[in-house]
Write a protein that binds this ligand. Structure first.
Ligand code: IPM
Ligand code: MN
Length: 367
């Protein structure tokens, strides 16, 4: 198992270090070999190399680096983002660039309330908040199609196209059905879109969903408009098992979902190409104000490492890695109740202490 690591900016390297600590512990516990290589890709490097902070002027990541990463089994990202760099430069230059270049067409976001973690939803506990969002990750309004005409005149016109293909919707929907079957919980897959207004793109998704559903008689299907889905997340999150949705809707609902699972210190995601190179990351940003203080929450980064192991194992039929992922996640579940809070600086422990406790728990848990 070879893992390419991008620590990135701000607190990214700190949280990634705790995920790697969990990896070392589980590799020893379960017995598998791995190697890591750190790639120095970040907003810091972009600036140091003379990149313009106001507009993209040089590559954030080089094609040669991507080519080298492709020889690895998985990519593990801490966080990227720099307060001095204008919005969009790092996002487009790194995150979106990798998603497209590596055809990571799935964004997998588990939403689970770990034991002992506070949720703002009154009366809901870990058994109520336990679902997974499968977000399409390479199409929709993220392709950058469109443009601005008559810029800076009163006649200015801008279009941002929702590029939806049957191929793209279908491969995402199929992945979601397979995932729902493998998860083997409520066996319910909910399509989330806005077919009452997006009558073209929504129609492609809706027909693909219903046609593919016929191949999965064991999975119950359902449909929610995206606005209603936001309401149900708050009112009855226990209804959900697996959700499949398009790129922008998935982006938005997973931030809401992150809050009900305890915040950005806890939420992890995977940018997945099931037959290629996937990238796993904590959803929180680089949190510049906490950098170097040993107070940031590493739980999301450790959960991302658990996902990396489990999903890489599933995609390559390597049961040892699946087991390793489950082991890391079980250790996390044992550690979160011991933390005072999931908020940075209020955990009752430092970043490294949380990581140490997870590593110790991994080593001590009977198999
Ligand atoms: C996410 C982020 C990205 C997105 C940004 C940083 C481009 O919000 O991974 O959810 O919109 O997909
Ligand atoms: Mn987002």
């Amino acid at each position: 198992m070879r893992i390419a690591v991008i620590g990135g900016d701000g607190t990214g390297p700190e949280v990634a270090a705790e995920g790697l600590k969990a990896l070392a512990a589980v590799a020893e516990r379960i017995g598998f070999a791995y190697e890591t290589k750190h790639f120095n890709v970040s907003g810091d490097r972009y600036l140091a190399a003379g990149g313009d902070p106001a507009e993209a002027s040089i590559p954030v990541i080089h094609d040669g680096e991507i080519a080298e990463m492709k020889t690895y089994d998985a990519l593990y990202l801490g966080a990227v983002g720099h307060p001095d760099i204008a919005p969009g430069i790092i996002e487009k230059g790194l995150l979106l660039k990798l998603r497209f270049a590596l055809d990571q067409y799935i964004n997998l976001r588990p939403v689970q309330l770990y034991p002992g973690v506070d949720t703002p939803l009154k009366g809901k506990g870990p058994s109520d908040i336990d679902f997974v969002v499968v977000r399409e990750n390479t199409e929709g309004i993220y392709t950058g199609m469109g443009g601005i005409q008559y810029k800076n005149t009163p006649q200015e016109v801008s279009t941002q196209l929702n590029c939806t293909t049957r191929f793209g919707a279908e491969r995402c929907i199929r992945y979601a059905f397979e995932f729902c079957r493998r998860r083997n919980k409520k066996k319910r897959l909910t399509l989330v879109h806005k077919i009452n207004v997006l009558t073209f793109a929504g129609d492609t998704w809706f027909r693909a969903f219903n046609e593919i559903a016929k191949e999965y008689g064991d999975i119950q299907t359902d449909y929610n408009h995206v606005d209603a889905c936001c309401m149900w997340f708050v009112k009855s999150p226990e209804f959900y098992d697996v959700i499949v949705t398009d790129n922008i809707f998935g982006d938005i609902i997973t931030d809401l979902a992150a809050m009900i699972q305890g915040g950005l210190g806890v939420a992890a995601g995977g940018n997945i190409n099931p037959t290629g190179l996937s990238m796993y990351e904590p959803m929180g940003g680089s949190a510049p104000k906490y950098t170097g203080k040993n107070v940031i929450n590493p739980v999301a980064a450790i959960a991302a490492m658990a996902m990396l192991l489990r999903e890489t194992g599933n995609n390559t039929k390597n049961l040892t890695l699946v087991k390793a992922g489950d082991c890391v996640e079980n250790a996390l579940r044992a550690v979160t109740p011991k933390m005072a809070s999931q908020a940075a600086g209020r955990m009752g422990m430092s970043t490294t202490e949380v990581g140490d406790l997870v590593a110790r728990t991994i080593k001590e848990t009977p198999q």
